[in-house]
Design a binder for this molecule. Structure first.
Ligand SMILES: [Zn+2]
Length: 368
């Protein structure tokens, strides 16, 4: 700007200060305009065809892409509307839910009460299911008095945890799950927020996202296996070592850059589902081991719900429904990835319920 102004001054010599001032201000104006345009451009949303190859992931989402914005603008776009806004916020909200659960458990620890007040005093969430299970069990056993199972529940159920009895059962496996879930959700939010900045960050963040999912799956196993096989240490170690090795293998496999491409969408979903569904083996084992304990069966019920929610979410992720039916109509809201995120949070919450039920059940039992 100054250099240009100086040049003008030399050309014009002493001829008319007023003219010089006008030229100067006109040039300043055009420079400002140029700067403004550059600033506008860097925060402009572009169409799918305008994207570089590495950002082309879903051809059914046609518009509202951020593309190679400066890092600061990319970061601040968490508060603006584009086709990743809801992907970021669905998992950010999930992160906040699990952070709140962590704080709640820690607060309970200091007060000496049970995990999340023995799962909301169990009444709202668990009692109706317990009643159904009790009814069913009563039907099966002709000789049992009608209230027998209810009495059994209230003695050793989620509701009435004796603080002294519960001391021997550690809570760290529950925290392992909470930390795994929080890592997965925050990695996912960050990936959706920042991966559009550059090719380098794109590769880094999507691999971080997949590592986060694998971590969450592995961490999910710790609670149920630890509490279900609390008195069978060899089985506990065997199952936990197996799933941890499988998870590490998955992370190493997914670190290969080529596996981050859209082409391997189905492969990634299958790998995660296979890891998740390998939990069916210890689940059946636990069910046979604790068949007489309705709480364990109820926890399994929540695990089945979790599996249904995760599998449905993965179905949306792979099929890219509904945007494939009407490309462009779901760019901002309602596309498959957002639906997938909501199902993931639902699945993780169902799993939380399962862990809390089985943890509270174990706390009510005498030591091995
Ligand atoms: Zn995602």
């Amino acid at each position: 700007m100054n250099r240009r102004g100086g040049k003008k001054r030399i050309v014009n010599g002493g001829g008319g200060r007023e003219r010089l001032r006008r030229v100067d201000s006109a040039m300043r104006g055009s420079d400002e305009e140029e700067n403004k345009q550059v600033k506008m451009k860097r925060r402009i949303l572009v169409k799918y065809e305008a994207l570089p190859e590495y950002l082309k992931d879903n051809e059914f989402i046609l518009d509202y892409y951020r593309c190679e914005w400066p890092l600061k603008d990319t970061f601040l776009s968490v508060f603006s509307w584009h086709n990743e806004t809801l992907n970021i916020w669905t998992h950010l909200s999930g992160f906040l839910i699990f952070a709140a659960m962590t704080v709640a458990t820690l607060a309970e620890n200091t007060k000496g009460e049970g995990p999340i007040s023995s799962f909301f005093r169990s009444s709202a969430v668990a009692a109706p299911l317990m009643a159904i299970l009790a009814l069913d069990s009563n039907k099966g056993s002709r000789n049992a008095s009608p209230g027998a199972h209810h009495r059994q529940f209230s003695k050793s159920s989620l509701l009435d945890i004796d603080g002294d009895d519960s001391i021997h059962v550690p809570r760290w496996p529950w925290f392992v799950f909470l930390v795994g879930a929080m890592c997965c959700l925050v990695f996912s939010s960050l990936s959706h927020l920042l991966a559009c900045h550059s090719k380098r960050l794109n590769l880094f963040f999507w691999r971080l996202d997949y590592a986060g999912i694998s971590l969450m799956i592995v961490c999910s196993f710790y609670g149920p296996i630890y509490y279900a096989f609390y008195c069978q240490p060899s089985w506990r170690v065997f199952y936990l070592t197996s799933i941890t090795s499988l998870g590490m293998l998955a992370i190493i496999t997914l670190l290969a850059p080529s596996l981050s491409s859209p082409h391997f969408r189905a492969f990634r979903a299958s790998l995660f589902l296979a890891m998740g569904f390998s939990g069916a083996i210890p689940a059946v084992h636990a069910a046979t081991l604790h068949w007489g304990h309705p709480q364990v069966l109820m926890a399994l019920g929540y695990e089945v719900l979790m599996a249904i929610l995760y599998a449905t979410g993965a179905g949306f992720y792979v099929s890219r429904i509904p945007e494939r039916w009407k490309p462009g109509a779901f760019d901002l809201t309602g596309h498959s990835h957002q639906i997938f995120h909501v199902f993931v949070i639902g699945g993780a919450l169902a799993h939380s319920a399962a862990i809390l039920i089985i943890l509270n059940w174990r706390r009510a039992l005498p030591a091995c």
